[in-house]
Design a protein around this ligand. Structure first.
Ligand SMILES: C[S@@+](CC[C@H](N)C(=O)[O-])C[C@H]1O[C@@H](n2cnc3c(N)ncnc32)[C@H](O)[C@@H]1O
Length: 348
């Protein structure tokens, strides 16, 4: 079978997978839908700890895997009888509540971060991700904005990397409350503030360096957020955003439809019962965040150019990043990971 046929086959199985999950949820077996989705999702990542594509071609593996999970779902539907009541459906999130719901979700997930994650791991991650000359010339001694700081883990890391002053903003203070305490006790040159990234309360070109990791695609309007990013950036910045295409991004979109029918606390308790560690929050993050945009490279780069920003892509450095398989040139990488991810260094 050629690779196009295999790809089409996967998308066919994925559609069936969604319908089978809906049937399981309606039949009182939502826990089975959580387990099956977990099983499908974990193999979408390029390398261990989530999968092992180093050793085999991912595309035929995924086709085979999806077929097996569908067969299992059918068996469960036929042989296992669920309990009477359906889990309550998630209430619809209205447009005006989107940011609050997003911030609530992340604040809950970040609460699982320990001190080590906030003070040590994030710094190590940034040192791997950012070229060392960039840290020397664009961060050390500079005034930096962390746009959508969440738990504040990277805000603290930016201070540790030598930024002279960091302003970190997010929608609600509860997201960064613990990081703010650490920053105070360690006397870091770091201040946190509640603000909307679609309307930044800062003058044009007021930050030497703007850092934004995984935020713009969770807003109602990533284009406005990007123009705000460009407006306050004086010299340079780092931007990470979700991409689109391939089994990886398409499956995420389908699983979000499945989990819209399963309450978050219920899905979390199933993952807890099978012993998933708290850092599996990346599953809950995708499944429950109210807005998850999958951006197309041409559209994103077109807008950067329009805004007068020059940019270069930064290669992924971490094995579980969806862009990693593409950077390694693994077989079937485009079918698996589409455009991978968007990581850029920007300059004015
Ligand atoms: C995926 S988290 C990323 C957090 C952090 N940058 C990191 O990498 O750990 C996305 C964050 O964006 C924030 N956010 C989303 N929309 C926002 C908005 N319009 N204004 C401010 N923050 C926003 C959310 O509250 C959440 O904390």
């Amino acid at each position: 079978m050629n690779s196009n046929d295999l790809t089409e086959k996967y998308y066919g199985y994925l559609e069936q997978f969604k319908e089978l999950c809906f049937a399981l949820i309606e039949g009182g077996q939502a826990y089975q839908a959580v387990l099956l989705s977990h099983e499908l999702y974990r193999f979408l990542y390029p390398v261990e700890p989530y999968a092992g594509f180093k050793h085999h071609d991912p595309v035929p593996f995924m086709v085979d895997h999806a077929a097996k999970l569908n067969a299992l779902a059918r068996t469960l539907l036929e042989t296992v009888h669920g309990y009477e009541s359906d889990p309550a459906r998630q209430s619809e999130t209205t447009q005006s509540r989107l940011e609050i719901a997003t911030s609530d979700l992340y604040s809950g997930l970040w609460a699982q971060f320990d001190k080590e994650t906030l003070l040590v791991e994030a710094r190590k991650l940034l040192e791997r991700r950012l070229p060392s000359d960039l840290i020397e010339t664009h961060i050390k001694g500079k005034r930096v904005l962390d746009m959508g700081c969440g738990s504040g883990r990277y805000s603290i890391a930016l201070a540790a990397l030598g930024a002279a002053e960091i302003v970190a903003i997010d929608y609600q203070a509860k997201a960064y409350a613990r990081a703010a305490e650490h920053a105070k006790s360690l006397a870091l040159p770091l201040s946190f503030q509640e603000a909307d990234i679609l309307e930044l309360p800062f003058a044009d070109k007021s930050f030497d360096f703007v850092f934004s990791n995984g935020v713009l695609h969770h807003t109602r309007d990533w284009k406005t957020a990007l123009s705000e990013y460009g407006r306050v950036m004086k010299r340079s910045g780092y931007l990470y955003l979700y991409a689109s295409g391939g089994f990886f991004w398409t499956t995420r979109a389908v699983l979000r439809e499945v989990f819209a029918r399963i309450p978050q606390a219920y899905a979390q308790s199933v993952l807890d019962m099978i012993g998933m560690p708290p850092n599996r929050f990346i599953f809950m993050d995708t499944w429950y965040v109210p807005v998850e945009g999958h951006l197309k490279r041409a559209e994103l780069e077109g807008l950067m150019t329009e805004l007068g920003l020059s940019f270069v892509q930064v290669p992924t450095q971490i094995p579980y990043d969806p862009g990693y398989g593409l950077d390694l040139g693994l077989p079937g990488a485009e079918a698996m990971w589409g455009e991978g991810e968007h990581r850029y260094l920007m300059e004015r």
